[in-house]
Design a protein. Structure first.
Length: 427
């Protein structure tokens, strides 16, 4: 099929009638498919089934001989911090291992910064007239929800394919009211892009108006590869320290999409000063984390090589699903001008930019055909996509056959919405 924008009125009507008939036939199948959230599928969780028998009877003592069933160990077990040191790119002394949710760690850091400030703060962030965060778009809706919940203004900047538009970032960061920035530097949610070394260096080195500016570096997909190329990224901790901004990065990660999604470990890493700040705050809300779960992870994964072998198992399960999405979109939409989409090398999402003004219509058409998609606008601050074009597809949770069918249907909805839009433009 040729480009929709080049079709004459008669050709457009013929094509629209054909696609409408195909859509009605698809809808008549009565499907019920969900492509909304990036959850691991049951077979991925099964990869970590061996953890459920750990630690074995009498095996609940740490390497230092301490009883992990008891209180204490606020920073996390030394052996757990050592296990995740390569993944975090930080010395074990500058890592904190918490309970299952890295989002909870981000939430706490936001709240504590608002109430107490961070090292280098002249005052708590809540005492600033209008604190703000830089938000690369498309981005993660839960990051945006945290800002909205606590009254932090969100300043969108576009992504370029190699990370955020740094000219825009640097201009915004010069404002003293701008206190931080969200970053998903590897296999970004949802674009899948990887920040280039040049972008990471500029983020580490750039002047900021706020002396307590923080990069909330959510490396959620650090080891979540879809190809054999593991795509290393520049070390933001080392670069920031070398640039004279050692306290700038707050690093977050978790094993939620490595081992068991609801029973993983959350990780925080930063400078010595930031780790002391974090532990001082955390010590008021907990006596210590679940150290049995930390032992379980250490015994199961053993070392970084073991972690990488485990993630190879995830890749073998996920890569065919992402290939199925790409194949369906390519077969239906290539050359039409109805959409462009990412082909990520890792992470959990495919981003589709449909024709401007059609994303909400695509989601509605999909709903009517029995397919649940993430709401249009979810990848923008305040849930508002000014172009109404970006869609986030999450192919990880459904079975492969379901992904194939859903991708076929989504492509059909994208095409139908584009044809409807073009007819409306022609009047």
């Amino acid at each position: 099929m040729g480009a929709i924008v080049e079709m004459g009125a008669a050709d457009l009507e013929r094509r629209l009638a054909q696609v409408q008939a195909e859509y009605e036939a698809f809808r008549a199948r009565g499907l019920k498919l969900d492509m909304t959230r990036g959850k691991p599928a049951a077979d991925q969780l099964d990869l970590a089934a061996g953890m459920l028998a750990l630690p074995g009877n009498g095996d609940h003592f740490t390497d230092a001989g301490e009883d992990a069933r008891n209180y204490g160990g606020l920073q996390g077990l030394p052996e757990a911090r050592a296990l995740f040191s390569p993944m975090m790119g930080a010395d074990p002394a500058r890592i904190v291992v918490g309970d299952n949710s890295s989002l909870a760690l981000m939430h706490d850091c936001i709240v504590w910064a608002m109430l107490k400030g961070v090292p280098g703060s002249p005052r708590p962030w809540s005492k600033e007239p209008a604190p703000a965060f830089i938000c690369p778009v498309p981005g993660y809706d839960r990051h945006f929800a945290l800002c909205e919940e606590y009254g932090i203004r969100m300043l969108p900047v576009p992504l370029t394919g190699e990370g955020p538009d740094m000219a825009a970032v640097e201009a915004l960061a010069a404002d003293p009211a701008v206190k931080g920035m969200w970053c998903v530097p590897k296999y970004s949610n949802p674009s899948g892009e990887v920040y280039s070394d040049a972008v990471v260096r500029r983020l580490a080195e750039m002047p900021t108006g706020a002396p307590d500016f923080r990069l909330f570096w959510d490396n959620a997909y650090a080891v979540h590869h879809l190809t054999a190329d593991r795509r290393p990224i520049a070390d933001i901790l080392d670069l920031s320290r070398a640039a004279g901004h050692p306290d700038r990065p707050f690093l977050f990660a978790s094993t939620s999409k490595i081992t068991l999604a609801g029973a993983g470990l959350a990780l925080f890493a930063s400078s010595e000063a930031n780790v002391r700040w974090y532990l001082a705050r955390a010590g008021k809300r907990t006596i210590g984390p679940d150290k049995l779960n930390q032992i379980r992870h250490v015994r199961f994964l053993r070392d970084h090589a073991g972690l990488e072998r485990h993630m190879d198992g995830h890749r073998r399960l996920l890569a065919p699903k992402f290939a199925a999405v790409d194949q369906a979109l390519h077969a239906r939409l290539e050359g039409s001008g109805a959409a462009r989409w990412t082909k990520p090398a890792g992470g959990y999402f495919v981003t589709v930019d449909a024709m401007d003004g059609t994303a909400r219509r695509v989601v509605e058409l999909a709903r009517q055909a029995g397919m649940a998609l993430t709401p249009a606008g979810a990848t923008s601050p305040y849930g508002s996509d000014p172009h109404d074009r970006t869609l986030r597809l999450a192919p990880t949770y459904p079975a492969l056959d379901e992904v194939r069918v859903a991708s076929e249907g989504i492509a059909l909805c994208i095409l139908l919405a584009a044809l409807e839009r073009r007819r409306a433009e022609l009047g």
